[in-house]
Design a binder for this molecule. Sequence first.
Ligand SMILES: [Fe+2]
Length: 299
Amino acid sequence: MVCCFVALAVLTLTALFLVYRETRWPQLTVIQLGDPDDSGEPVVILHLADLHGQLFGKDQEHIRNLIAGKEVDVVVLTGDLVDEHTTSIEPLNSLLECLPEAPRFFVPGNHDKIAPVTRELYASLSKYGVTILDNKKVSLSKKGKRVSIVGLDDPYLGTPNPELLTGHGASEGELSILLCHAPTFGNRAVAQFKDTWDSCSKEVATSQKPRFTSGSVLELASRHDFDLVLAGHTHGGQIKIPGLGAVFVPGQGFPPKYVEGVYRIGSTTMFITRGLGTSRLPVRLFSRPEVAIIRWFTA
Ligand SMILES: [Fe+2]
């Protein structure tokens, strides 16, 4: 009887430790994308998302340790850095402090829009030299390659501007990136993009391409010939059920189509990071917090 009790206690403690470790210990994902035949230097992108105002060790040391010493060309922060439960901006400041020296870009997420610290969020982004791409585009040069970045406002609580996508197809030797907090659009944004697509694109009248109604950011980006889409929001499902995988991602049905990792349509690639923090439940299961580094090889 005592043995059973001890075994049960050990099992329970082990399970709790594993859940804690899963939820609070990020892991590094390094992924090679683009043209595998390109032997030149890749453009290296550090991709972080969905901090939700949370801490990963003292002064974000678990994240800092993963980033330390990494050579990075561009840093992108794809939204939900804070949320409606965030009472202190310090965890975000600690994260911004440990970013490598490189141009930094941010697109807002749905939780950033409703956080009580939204003003502090924008002040911190400004203080740490992060450019806010809420319906804005920039271009820069890295390793002799032109990199163009379009950032959309949040696709659920913001007003993403579809006209920004027009004319941003991949040019020879250029890396074109679309930053969007989520991999899918809410109904309002879908209607908005459909109208713009129908009225602006001469192609649509003559081609067999169907109207845009799916809500897939990847589909839209591929129509405009972007090379790369970077998104978060999904938390990789946050809690996965063994044998079933992710059962819930906000804004998607069951089973969710876009959960984490790499998706492709034609020559457009989308990478969805699992991000760092949690929402609704303060727990992750089989969906470790993630710091992502993308090495993009351009033809
Ligand atoms: Fe989100």
